[in-house]
Design a protein around this ligand. Structure first.
Ligand code: GCV
Length: 607
């Protein structure tokens, strides 16, 4: 067994066909000395209760609830906590989703852990044993929906709704005992592959086609969770082509899937990706709110709008998307990204839980009803490319279950389950993982400005790589100043937020440092709260980020990781060191060449 479940019993017998049987198997294997009393209560769904009763340990819950209760106890036992124990728990969100950006040809968009686990050469190609292992990993942290194909639906992935349905149904059956339901990304223009000249959501033939298709799909997979849609985004087809808005577009699909209990998860990642850099009016972070907020209340109740946590695109630091605060009458899901697209490609260490904690601190309870994350796993032996990147998959499950999860406890639980290290090494590793995001943030783009990455690939520095490009991600650094004014006096982005948010960020003197250049355009001589100038803060952060990476590397080398992980971790740590050095030097040189201002501490900047 791989990743964090290596203490669990070996393979799961193929005969196991239900979550109930699986729960019994897991409990009896993990606790051979305990006689369990299992009390199913369908009303409880995913919730569970573990308690002593008449001298016996009882687990009650819905079928999946019992399974989650079993895994909770196993995780606690294997990470050194006393179990069984009394516990009562229910998930915060009903859909706890993983979105795989896997293509039918076997490649994975923004994948850093090998090829697809599901597809190869334009068809399904999976190892059932590995699927069961993956199902077990996901279920063990409470995840329950797996969208197996890329939101950019490339040919022939449309076949999932057509010729591939029987095979898709077989895969759904493999995941069913783990309480995991499949979801498919769909191509909005798919009716046009069938002789219908349009994909207009109000066209009767289009509506009929989707209804018939949904009937066929749910007949094959009755518990399919739903369809995931990227429409009118980055070249994908969508309702805009026909002069329809996104509510009209989504509601048409919602009507088609409604009879089968399906949902339409409709992504809000919509912006102008053909922007002219000379256009000083358009500000990309405003886009999602402008496209969706006015439609609040117009979406069917089986549509869920899936919104990226920040207004840009998974940068190291972004404010909370204003759209997550602005649609009180619509079902919302927040989208996170486990794949380290902008955060080090699963080469650099980057533990995400501290970032999620910050996001949740800004997000009022009850605003979202589901959660999704872009997957970080692939066909690599260790699933996540970098063995330590598995901490993000693990802790995502815990946060999806309970957003109030304690970051340190969650990370520590993962470390203890994954490695049997001496206690002081365990502590060292936990410390490194907890500090890794801040370190990465220090050596990359400064103070919330984002981007500055190598275009398209998104690994390594290129401060002006996107500056004169089409994607709307400009920093406008010149010899005096850097950043974009997004207050009422600038692009007005900040006005999309409620009053309390505006107050927090509108004044550069009081705006939190780490988002300063996201919200404000400031001269290099601007005095930060601690008295340093802006330029000095930029230099300091970069030198510190590099130094802390060097310290991290020496600690990592001293930790006795087991066999295969050792080699992978060392190779990637060396790559991260190189990357951090490159970032530090290029960013410092970039700003020095522009500003002509020396580092007060006289450190080496290449002029
Ligand atoms: C799946 C960014 C990524 C794309 C991704 C897109 C999205 O633009 O670079 O690879 O496409 O986000 O979330 O749809």
């Amino acid at each position: 067994m791989k990743a964090w479940l290596h203490n669990c019993a070996g393979e799961i017998p193929k005969e196991i066909g239900s979550a109930y049987d699986l729960a019994c198997f897991e409990l009896n294997s993990a606790f051979p000395d305990i006689q369990w009393h299992i009390r199913p209560d369908p009303e409880m769904g995913d919730a569970y209760r573990v308690y002593p009763e008449n001298g016996r340990w009882t687990v009650s819950g819905g079928e999946t609830g019992i399974l989650y209760g079993a895994y909770s106890m196993i995780r606690k036992k294997d990470s050194g906590q006393p179990a069984p124990f009394t516990e009562e728990s229910a998930p915060a969100y009903s859909l706890r989703m993983i979105n795989c950006w896997d293509n039918a040809d076997g490649s994975v968009e923004r994948g850093y852990a090998g090829r697809s686990l599901f597809f190869e050469n334009g068809r399904f190609a999976y190892d059932p044993e590995r699927m069961r292992e993956l199902g077990r990993l996901l279920a063990s942290v409470g995840l329950n929906v797996l969208c197996i194909n890329n939101v950019n639906v490339h040919d022939p992935a449309q076949q999932l709704l057509e010729d591939w349905l029987p095979e898709a149904a077989e895969l759904a059956a493999v995941f069913r005992p783990f309480g995991i339901r499949l979801m498919f990304s769909v191509d909005y223009s798919q009716p046009m592959r069938h002789g219908i000249p349009t994909a207009d959501p109000l066209d009767p033939d289009v509506r009929r086609w989707w209804k018939e298709t949904a009937a066929r799909v749910w007949k094959a997979i009755p518990d399919l969770a739903g369809f995931l849609v990227k429409a009118d985004s980055e070249g994908r087809p969508g309702p805009f082509t026909y002069g329809r808005n996104h509510a009209e577009g989504a509601n048409m699909l919602a009507e088609a899937v409604r009879p089968f209990g399906g949902v339409v998860v409709w992504r809000c990642f919509v912006y102008n990706c053909r922007q002219d850099w000379r256009d000083l009016e358009t500000d990309r972070p405003k886009a999602a709110y402008e496209h969706y907020a006015y439609l609040d209340g117009q979406f069917s109740d089986n549509v869920i709008l899936q919104i990226k946590h920040g207004p840009f695109d998974f940068q190291v630091r972004e404010p909370l998307s204003p759209l997550l605060l602005g649609m009180k009458k619509t079902k919302l899901a927040m989208e996170l990204q486990l794949a380290q697209e902008y955060t080090g490609h699963q080469i650099d260490l980057y533990t995400m839980a501290p970032m999620w904690k910050e996001i949740y601190e800004e997000l009022p309870a009850g605003n979202i009803m589901s959660i999704a994350a872009v997957s970080n796993f692939g066909r690599d032996e260790n699933y996540t490319g970098h063995p330590l990147a598995a901490v993000n998959l693990y802790t995502y499950g815990l946060f999806a279950w309970n957003p109030e999860t304690d970051v340190k406890e969650a990370v520590s639980e993962w470390v203890r389950l994954t490695y049997s290290l001496p206690e002081n090494d365990t502590e060292k590793l936990i410390r490194i993982l907890l500090s890794s995001r801040r370190i990465y943030e220090k050596y990359t783009a400064p103070l919330g400005i984002g981007w500055m990455v190598t275009p398209h690939d998104h690994y390594g520095p290129n401060p002006s790589g996107y500056e004169y490009d089409l994607w709307g991600t400009y920093h406008k650094a010149d010899r005096n100043a850097v950043g974009i004014d997004r207050t009422a006096q600038g692009t007005g982005y900040l006005m999309q937020y409620p009053e309390s948010f505006r107050k927090k960020y509108e004044d550069a003197e009081t705006c939190p440092d780490l988002l300063l250049l996201f919200y404000h355009r400031l001269p290099y001589s601007f005095r930060m709260k601690d008295g340093r100038t802006l330029i000095q803060r930029i230099y300091d952060d970069h030198f510190e980020g590099l130094q802390e990476t060097e310290e991290m590397a020496s600690v990592i080398r001293s930790i006795p990781f087991p066999g295969p992980d050792r080699e992978v971790i060392d190779v990637r740590m060396d790559m991260q060191l190189k990357n951090a050095r490159e970032w530090c030097d290029i960013i410092n040189t970039f700003f020095h060449r522009l500003s002509g201002i020396d580092d007060e501490k006289g450190r080496k900047i290449y002029l």
